[in-house]
Design a protein around this ligand. Structure first.
Ligand code: FNR
Length: 329
């Protein structure tokens, strides 16, 4: 992968403190071994918003996957489907949402970067519904582009067009594209997306319990606790750190997805024990796609599920519900 593409994927915002902290926070909590419970074998099966999945892991929306592999988001969707899980497709994908829907019949969500032009929003939502996407992931943490210094150093310009947004003059320039994003996202935006799409809305990019409650009151079907993998507000806390307070506020009214920093089965276990229902996988899946197309994505998911099974067995948790009842130390 050329340096510019790799910097865009791997990098975070500013000093990358939050990028590192997303990992470090997981390391500050431990899983207590439980060895005489007599439990086993383990069962990873889960569900979210009415969709059954093989384990509590889904694929996060990530832009421009043609950077990683010639099959781009079609490969990601096929890898997710082969592992019986959900793939979220970014607004700024390389392939169009229709191309990805044709490539894989597995369950998919469409991620929306709300545009300043509601005509464009309506059009994107109508197309997503028509193409069979089963929920809208409304990303609310990107009203400004994070300060990605790797991109500046590499003079990174997207080498590929964005399949969903074919507009003159925006080509591969992510900044020109971001200039069209809505800046005034608020609870009415959630109502708008819900009414226009007729689909459940997952509000992604929440770090504060008050924002979680605002989203739920506006009709969110789920909350995605995320700091965009440390790519937006550097200096913000790890998602794992803020998770318990959000789970307390949400009080099981809607499911909670947690992403940012998930790399191992241990992280999945800890996130569920700390209040999440499902985790979202970001860069790990992108790297799997880069290394082996859909098989690489499947391989990353298989490895994560294998690790999670092992951790559950050694921690005395037989089901995903058992994990949620486990206290970390
Ligand atoms: C992202 N993310 C993201 N989020 C989103 O809502 N829409 C998008 O288009 C993108 N694009 C994107 C590109 C790349 C290269 C990365 C790495 C991430 C954020 C993503 O959905 C998720 O929140 C993080 O990737 C989770 O953190 P980890 O797992 O990468 O640490």
């Amino acid at each position: 992968m050329p340096e510019g593409g790799f910097g865009y994927i791997a990098g975070g915002a500013g000093d990358e403190w939050t990028l590192r902290e997303n990992r470090a926070a997981f390391e500050r909590k431990q899983i207590m071994p439980r060895v005489l419970t007599g439990k086993g074998p383990v069962d990873l099966s889960s569900q979210i918003l009415g969709i059954s999945i093989s384990s509590p892991v889904v694929i996060c929306p990530m832009g421009g996957q043609g950077l990683a592999h010639a099959t781009a988001e079609a490969g990601m969707a096929m890898g997710a489907a082969a592992s019986n899980t959900i793939m979220a497709l970014s607004t700024v994908s390389t392939l169009s949402m229709e191309q990805v829907a044709t490539a894989s019949s597995g369950p998919k969500w469409f991620q929306l970067y709300l545009q300043a032009d509601d005509g464009v929003n309506r059009d994107l939502l109508r197309r997503a519904k028509a193409a069979g996407y089963r929920a809208i992931v409304l990303t609310v943490d990107s009203t400004a582009t994070g300060n990605r210094e790797a991109d500046a150093r590499n003079n990174f310009v997207f080498p590929l067009p964005f399949g969903n947004l074919v507009r003159k003059g925006t080509g591969g320039d992510i900044h020109a594209l971001n200039a069209k994003f809505a800046l005034n996202i608020n609870p009415r935006s959630i109502e708008f997306v819900r009414n226009e799409s007729g689909l459940p809305v997952i509000v992604k990019g929440i770090s504060h319990p008050d924002d979680a409650l605002l989203a739920i009151n506006a009709g969110a079907a789920a909350i995605q606790v995320s700091n965009h993998g440390g790519r937006q507000l550097d200096g913000s806390p790890a998602t794992f750190t803020v998770l318990p307070a959000i789970a307390k506020a949400v009080d099981r009214k809607v499911p909670i997805i947690l992403d940012s920093g998930v790399r191992r089965g241990q992280d999945v276990f800890k996130a569920l024990a700390f209040g999440a229902d499902v985790v979202g996988l970001g860069r790990a899946a992108y790297y799997g796609l880069a290394l082996g197309g859909w098989k690489g994505v499947r391989s990353v998911l298989e490895l994560l599920n294998k690790e999670l099974s092992m951790v559950m067995q050694l921690a005395g948790a037989q089901t995903v519900e058992d994990i949620k009842r486990t206290a970390l130390v």
